[in-house]
Design a binder for this molecule. Structure first.
Ligand code: IMP
Ligand code: MG
Length: 404
């Protein structure tokens, strides 16, 4: 079995965690390569629910767990997450020494910047992700390997202090970070090469979604890392071919947390119903997610950017309760229609979605296979997107999954 990468096709929360847990059986290791504890990956198995922020979602499947260099790692969060799981997880986990660390000062700076932006706030998770990646780019961040020694953090303290964040406690934080990371730090890139050399395979788990990518997403309403599959080789330190085949994950509708343009957003009774049935509240922040219809213009862009040939469609159970189901096939702006998401990026706030209603999924029942309405949706999406629909997900529980 070759490697596989699971990537979000929307603004995150597509159900990647559930799928990674489901697919993990076939792989030896599950690796994260981007983001940090801004992620909230929910896995429900045997009636119990786990939300992972830093640990790869293969944690419940007793797989080897790898956190690659591209991750912004918050050692306090990691310690908390490890404490909430049985001890066996620690022995299966490796954190790359090149991961830059998210400090309590980055979290303060994240909040201060959001307050400063006022009405134009990005709506970050306030987990310090932006400041941590900025400190890395400035070559000031401490990395996992650095805190295992005795790093000089004086220039970092000086920078925080000039930015208005009191850096006292930095040395104490370095010490607790060292304790949290003891026995975990290694070379994930090299470990992946060894797993593959021994005939094993790796499942890569992306955080957030393509439309939140720092370069290719809805900047500045984006996260501070890359969320597309092309970041796997760089974020881990492996050759491009080793990232394996990408599997895109999309909900059958759209959600977004935080600010920024959202062409197919709906408000009122429909969004309230979808939010209630689909439990659309942020797994990290608890915020109510914004709700909208499926957007094929945005999806085609995500399919192209990631070179995705197969997708998984999640949350189909939600549509079983909805009389209405709409799909946006184009954007209308100043009298003309476009299917070019990138071209529309600069006026995404003003475009008007053009909708089709290809099928009603009201009353569709899964359990006994793929109901005819869902089959019709699969055919519609395959022809509209030029991809194969490989997996349908119709509930949070691991077992509520069908492979086509
Ligand atoms: P940050 O990543 O915390 O800086 O937040 C930047 C934007 O990305 C905000 O709109 C967040 O709501 C969004 N975001 C970050 N992580 C996730 C995620 O895991 N799921 C969904 N949205 C996210
Ligand atoms: Mg999430």
């Amino acid at each position: 079995m070759g490697n596989l990468s699971v990537v979000g096709m929307q603004w995150g929360d597509e159900g990647k965690g559930k799928l990674v847990d489901y697919l993990a059986d076939d792989y030896d290791a599950v690796a994260r390569f981007n983001g940090g504890s801004n992620a909230g990956h929910t896995v429900v198995a045997g009636g119990s629910k786990h939300t992972f922020h830093l640990l790869p979602s293969g944690a419940l499947k007793r797989k080897e767990l790898l956190i690659g260099a591209g991750v912004a790692l918050d050692p306090d969060m990691l310690a908390e997450e490890l404490a909430s799981l049985p001890g066996a997880v620690r022995g299966r986990l490796m954190v790359d020494g090149r991961c830059s660390l998210v400090s309590p000062f980055d979290k303060k700076l994240d909040s201060a910047l959001e307050e400063m932006r006022g009405a134009a706030a990005i709506g970050t998770t306030r987990r310090g992700i932006g400041p941590a990646y900025a400190m890395r780019a400035l070559r000031l961040a401490l990395r996992a390997a650095d805190v295992m020694g005795s790093p000089d953090s004086s220039s970092l303290a000086e920078v925080y202090s000039r930015l208005g964040v009191d850096p006292s406690g930095l040395a104490a934080w370095v010490k607790t970070s060292r304790e949290a990371l003891t026995g975990l730090v290694g070379d994930v890139a090299s470990r992946i090469r060894d797993v593959m050399a021994a005939g094993g395979s790796v499942l890569f788990e992306a955080s957030q979604g393509t439309l939140l990518d720092l370069l290719h997403g809805t900047y500045p309403y984006a996260t501070s890392a890359h969320t597309v599959v092309s970041y796997i080789p760089a974020g881990i330190g492996i050759p491009p071919a080793d990232a394996g085949e990408p599997l895109g994950v999309t909900k059958c509708y759209t959600t977004r947390v935080g600010g920024g343009p959202f062409p197919t957003e709906v408000n009122g009774a429909v969004s309230d119903q979808i939010r209630a049935i689909g439990h659309e509240y942020g797994a990290t922040t608890g915020r109510a997610r914004r709700i909208g219809w499926l957007d094929l213009v945005a999806l085609r862009y995500a399919v192209r950017l990631n070179g995705v040939r197969s997708i998984a469609v999640s949350k189909l159970d939600v549509l079983s309760a909805m009389r209405e189901f709409r799909v946006c096939v184009a954007y209308r702006h100043l009298g003309s229609e476009t299917q070019d998401f990138f071209g529309a990026l600069s006026n995404l706030n003003e475009v008007e979605p053009v909708y089709e209603s290809p099928v009603s999924l009201l009353g569709a029942e899964y359990g006994g296979g793929v109901p005819p309405q869902a089959k019709k949706l699969v055919d519609y999406l395959e022809s509209a997107l030029g991809v194969r629909v490989r997996i349908l997900s119709y509930g949070e529980e691991r077992s509520k999954t069908v492979e086509l």
